[in-house]
Design a protein around this ligand. Structure first.
Ligand code: HEC
Ligand code: HEC
Ligand code: HEC
Length: 369
């Protein structure tokens, strides 16, 4: 190598300058003069730099991502239920301004209604999924559940159109959910009713599962699985984890005792007929067992941890089967049973069998415990 080459000399000089800047930076940091206090906000230059880096990063990272699709009509309802508990405490809502404690963060969480118009849906999806480093914006707590992130984004896109009254109606329903009795556990109103209803019927669209009339032991096991993150959900996980085991049991007992109401029904009789065949006979040539031995209807002495499916919302059953199919659905220590064969059901068979169960009356099928 020619040690006198001008290229080498300049490279060495440039390297020395960079090393010197790095050293000075390190010394300044080590001296402790850089304030980390949130109370004074950022210097204008730091703020500009952080914003610039954030915009560039989100632009580049979402470049090849497809725009999310929002087909299911219940996505907005599901996202709204989560927003009230998971986002409103930092970002405020049409009903309430940003809470004082959150407003004291650096950077403060922005009000989202105005911001949504400046972002593409895929950018919102990226931010809700991954969060933003060096700010208080958290990542989605269940990385397995992109479908839940999509529900939140579907809601964000509606947010600019919502008045305080329409936000309230979306999040809490029309008030007919207030079927409270002196025996209703307090946590029902404070943490379950806005999504599952105090009546346990799940607000009618399939965004939230029906809990009324479900087996008590299954409900306890499901809550425990969410709490321990053995069943993954960024919506239910944090809620279940915040409940004492005794409260989980009380809530399960409360919902299990409620009348299960009419089945949601299914408009397509040929689907129901095909689904009935799968439920009763399985699909022997693909190694799929019949469902009724474990899930009913008609099975008398079933394991109390095998959930009733009769009268449950079709779309909820489809979602859970899809999660099993893709290995994303955990659950109780029995959940592995489902994973053995769920992957062999075709998407059409999943819809058929879910339609069959959604069409079944709950009484008779679901009351035995
Ligand atoms: C602990 C507080 C906190 C929670 C909870 C929170 N955020 Fe944020 N969020 C922030 C902060 C702080 C920022 C500002 C980041 C910045 O300025 O770069 C932010 C920024 C955002 C942005 C703007 C990103 C951009 O492009 O500039 C969106 C969108 C957002 N949050 C959505 C949500 C949603 C949806 C939820 C609920 C699922 C949520 N946030 C929950 C604190 C929070
Ligand atoms: C923000 C809306 C929301 C709130 C509040 C909420 N849930 Fe849920 N819950 C859901 C969603 C969505 C699911 C489906 C999650 C999944 O895909 O695993 C669910 C699932 C469940 C399940 C599993 C049902 C099944 O058939 O597998 C149980 C049990 C449950 N919730 C109980 C509760 C209880 C008890 C509370 C109150 C402490 C509560 N939930 C509060 C939205 C909510
Ligand atoms: C050998 C028993 C067994 C058989 C057979 C069986 N399942 Fe399951 N299934 C289970 C168990 C156990 C769970 C609960 C897993 C958990 O959450 O712990 C479950 C859960 C489910 C769920 C989720 C329900 C909810 O509320 O989250 C659906 C949907 C389901 N099964 C559909 C089916 C279908 C469709 C068939 C037939 C093709 C079938 N299962 C056959 C044992 C069985």
């Amino acid at each position: 190598m020619d040690l006198k080459s001008p290229v080498l000399t300049w490279t060495l000089r440039a390297g020395a300058v960079v090393a010197l800047i790095g050293l000075v930076g390190l010394l300044v940091a080590a001296s402790g003069v850089i304030p980390v206090k949130a109370s004074s906000g950022h210097w204008a230059i730091t703020e500009w730099l952080l914003r610039f880096a954030k915009r560039r990063s989100i632009d580049t990272q979402t470049l090849t991502q497809n725009a999310p699709r929002f087909e299911e009509r219940w996505l907005v309802l599901k996202g709204a239920g989560h927003y009230e508990g998971g986002c409103r405490p930092c970002h405020g809502s049409p009903e309430r301004e940003i809470p004082r404690i959150a407003a004291a963060m650096t950077p403060p969480p922005p009000p989202l209604a105005a911001l949504v118009a400046q972002r593409e849906p895929k950018e919102l999806e990226y931010v809700v999924r991954h969060g933003i480093k060096f700010t208080g914006m958290p990542a989605w707590p269940a990385p397995e559940r992109d479908d839940e992130v999509r529900a939140v984004v579907a809601f964000l896109l509606e947010l600019p159109k919502l008045s305080p009254a329409s936000y309230r109606a979306l999040v809490h329903g029309d008030g007919s959910l207030e079927t409270e009795t002196p025996n209703t556990p307090r946590a029902v109103q404070s943490s379950c009713a806005r999504c599952h209803g105090a009546d346990g019927l799940g607000r009618g669209l399939g965004a939230f599962p029906k809990l009324a009339g479900q087996k008590r032991d299954y409900l306890v096991a499901a809550l425990e699985a969410y709490a321990l993150n053995r069943r993954h959900s960024g919506i239910m996980g944090p809620i279940a984890a915040s409940l004492e085991p005794g409260t989980r049991r009380a809530l399960a007992a409360y919902y299990a005792e409620l009348p299960a109401g009419a089945p949601p029904g299914e408009a397509d009789p040929s689907r129901v007929a095909r689904g009935r065949t799968i439920a009763l006979e399985g699909v022997p040539k693909r190694g799929i067992p019949s469902c009724i031995d474990c899930h009913g209807p008609g099975a008398e002495r079933r394991n109390p941890l095998y959930p009733n499916l009769s009268g449950q919302y079709r779309d909820f059953l489809v979602l859970q089967l899809e999660l099993f199919r893709e290995g994303r659905r955990g659950g109780s220590p029995y959940a592995h049973i489902m994973r053995h064969f769920a992957g062999r059901l075709t998407p059409e068979q999943v819809r058929d069998v879910a339609s069959y169960y959604a069409s079944l009356p709950v009484e008779g099928a679901a009351r035995e415990r």
